[in-house]
Structure formats: C-alpha cells, structure tokens
Design a protein around this ligand. Structure first.
Ligand SMILES: [Zn+2]
Length: 392
C-alpha cells in the first residue's frame, strides 16, 4: 500500500523557563546575525557553504555552546538570507537583513521530548536541563509519532518549544470521492450514493461580528499600543474561533468520506481567490481561511487513510454535471440544463467537483442517475454547532 507522511507541529509551553534561557536566546541571535552578515556580504544562500566557511570559527568563538546550535544557526541564517533575497527582488526589502526574534532552531541532538513525563530535556552550555511543560489534551495524539526538529520560542505569552511530529500513514485506494464545495457560510458535500449534505457554518456572521468589533475599536481608541493590543486580541479570538469551527467541520467531512476513501476539493489558486474575494473587506483573512480549512481537512483525511485530490475549480457551479452544457436559472434556487437536468443551485458545485475527481483519478465515471426533477438533489442540512438535522 502506498504511504504518505503527515507533519504536524505541536506547542509545548514551558512551566518555569529558567533564567539562563535569556543568555541562550541572545547568544544564538548574535550567532545568527553574524552568519547573516557573512551570507549577505558574500551572497551565500547555501547552507552547506555557509557552514563550511563559518562553522569552525564559531566553534572556537563559542566553545561552551553545544556544537549543534552552530549547525542550526547556519540553517536559519541561510534560509533567512534566501527569503530576504526573494523579497528584495520583489522590491519588498531594503537595507541589510537582521534577525531580531527570540527563536532558536533545535535538532534532535539539542532536545529530547518525554511526552509522558511532561518534560523536554534541552542541551545548554552548562548541561542538559529538564524543562517542564504544561500538558495539553491534544499532545496525547502524538504518542508514537516521530519527533523531528523543533523551535524554542519566546513570545509575550511565555516560552514555548514547538515540535514537528511526523507519521507515516498507509493510504487506501479510493473507491469513490466525496465532492466538497467550500462556501463562505456553508459547506456542501456530494456523496457517491447520490445524496447531498450541507453544513451551515455561520462563518460570515462570525466574521462580520469581529469586523464590527474591530471597527468600533478603531473609532473609539486613538492609534497606539492599547489599540494595537486590542485589535490583536480580537484578531486572535476570531482565528481561534474559526479554527475550532474548521476542526469540527473537517471531522464531519472525513467521517462522511471514510467509507469511500476519497475527498475532492477545489484547487483554489491565487487567481481564483482574488477574483472571488478581492472585493471583500475581509478578503485577506478569507484566503487564510480557505487554505487553513483545506489543510485541516487534508491531514485529518490522511490520518484515516483517506485520499484528498484537488480538482480544477473552473465553472464548477455553472456547468451541467450530466452533459457539460451551460446551466441556466429556473426559479430562485434551481438550475436547469437543456438536456433535462435540473438541480438545487447549492448542490451543483459539489456534484461537479466529485465527478472531476473521478475523471482525474481514472475511475470510469458511472452514468449519473437520470436527470432529477423536483425532489431529487436537495441537500440535507446540518447546523455546525449542533450537527443536528434541521431539515430532511
Ligand atoms: Zn445537461
């Protein structure tokens, strides 16, 4: 069976970060900046070359620091300089690149995670120190996963170690696909058995609510630290709330798709996104949303061995799933085709997405059930908050 790798990052918040970490952060920053300067002056984007030219020098300069810190500093510096060069080409960077963050990249020589004991052992100049972290419920699911690299990060909220976990999963051969049409306020699914399911998300209301809140803050409070902090607070709340919603939604989608082994999503290229959403006040956040939701669906599906495919999104909601002809409106919610096909507007998109996935996957497309007149092709609606059926 073919397998795929899933990578996820988990955050571990440290309980009592030792004071010695301050020094570690500043020494590491010093080293990264030293390397960036060298990369900048000699135009080096290759990690290997940067390491070859400066690693030994750094080891002599900072003999007390475990050598792998120099190693990861070279990795960070080369990628920071590479990004800087990219931004510079697009005219988005000037001056010399500087690294200002409290961030340290850790490889497997520098830390060891003891998930069950609730500690992470970290190599420091003096010794290997055990750091206690606040356990979170979601940490449980990483038991048995492979531990990759990590980042030691200090933010206003505390000191964290963000660990990348990976897992190999066996992918089943999909028998059929569930077509998923993501919309701003609902998600519609086309199931291989001919049924349609629509989940009402209320995402637009949530978004509008936060938009109004932000506007109010901007009107009431003068520009400054307090305003910035408040805006950030609500921005984070909104993202958290949407992320919660997406997890719920993705769980439901994967649950419905599990027995078929396949999920089809639209391949939302930048071009289409901007056409669809540039006019919206929340356009930028919305693009963030779609990608976020898709990536959650993708990894949750993979964890169950369910394949996710991305199909061309062009005209999925305006062409006839049966003959490919152009659909025209027939009443408020209904679309019809010259071939006799007729269906609820809401279901057409997910229907086409499902059929495109079958074609893409090389599954011979079974003839669709005869054109539906009234009654057929109406989605069963669920409320995301309750996931109770409200009609149907
Ligand atoms: Zn047709």
């Amino acid at each position: 069976m073919p397998s795929e790798t899933i990578k996820l990052t988990a955050k571990f918040k440290l309980k009592n970060p030792p004071e010695g970490l301050d020094d570690l952060f500043s020494v590491y920053r010093e080293i990264v900046n030293f390397l960036i300067t060298h990369a900048y002056e000699s135009n080096i984007t290759s990690f290997k070359r940067l390491k070859k030219e400066k690693y030994e020098e750094l080891r002599k300069e900072y003999p007390e620091l475990p050598s792998h810190y120099h190693y990861t500093a070279c990795q960070m510096a080369s990628s920071i300089y590479k990004n800087y060069r990219k931004r510079k080409r697009r005219g988005k960077a000037n001056g010399k690149p500087v690294f200002k963050k409290d961030t340290i990249m850790l490889d497997d020589h520098l830390f060891k995670l003891y998930l069950e004991k609730g500690i992470i052992k970290l190599s420091t100049p003096s010794e290997r120190i055990p750091l206690e972290f606040h356990p979170a419920e979601y940490h449980e699911k990483f038991k048995g996963w492979k531990v990759g690299q990590a980042w030691l990060v200090r933010t206003l909220k505390g000191v964290f170690i963000n660990v990348v976990f990976s897992k190999e999963v066996e992918m089943k051969e999909p028998e059929a696909f569930v077509g998923v049409d993501l919309n701003e306020n609902n998600v519609t699914l086309s199931l291989p058995n001919g049924e349609f399911v629509q989940i009402i998300t209320h995402e637009r209301e949530i978004r509008t609510g936060y938009f109004v809140k932000r506007r109010r803050i901007q009107k009431k409070i003068r520009a400054g630290k307090r305003r910035k902090a408040l805006l950030e607070k609500y921005g984070e709340r909104e993202r958290n709330r949407l992320t919660d919603l997406y997890h719920k939604l993705a769980n439901k989608i994967v649950e419905l798709a599990e027995k078929y082994g396949g999920i089809a999503l639209e391949d939302l290229t930048e071009i289409r996104d901007s056409i669809r959403y540039s006019a919206e006040v929340n356009g930028r956040l919305h693009r963030w949303s779609f990608r976020k939701l898709q990536s959650i669906i993708e990894y949750k599906a993979k964890l169950k061995g369910v394949r996710v495919v991305f199909v061309n999104p062009a005209h999925t909601s305006s062409l006839c799933p049966v003959c490919g002809g152009k659909l025209s409106p027939n009443g408020r919610r209904v679309l019809k085709c010259e071939c006799g096909f007729e269906a609820d507007r809401d279901v057409v998109g997910s229907w086409n997405i499902r059929l495109r996935a079958l074609k893409m996957w090389g599954v011979s497309v079974p003839p669709e059930s005869p054109p539906m007149k009234t009654g057929g092709g109406k989605p069963t609606r669920y409320e995301i908050n309750t996931l109770h059926t409200i009609n149907g």
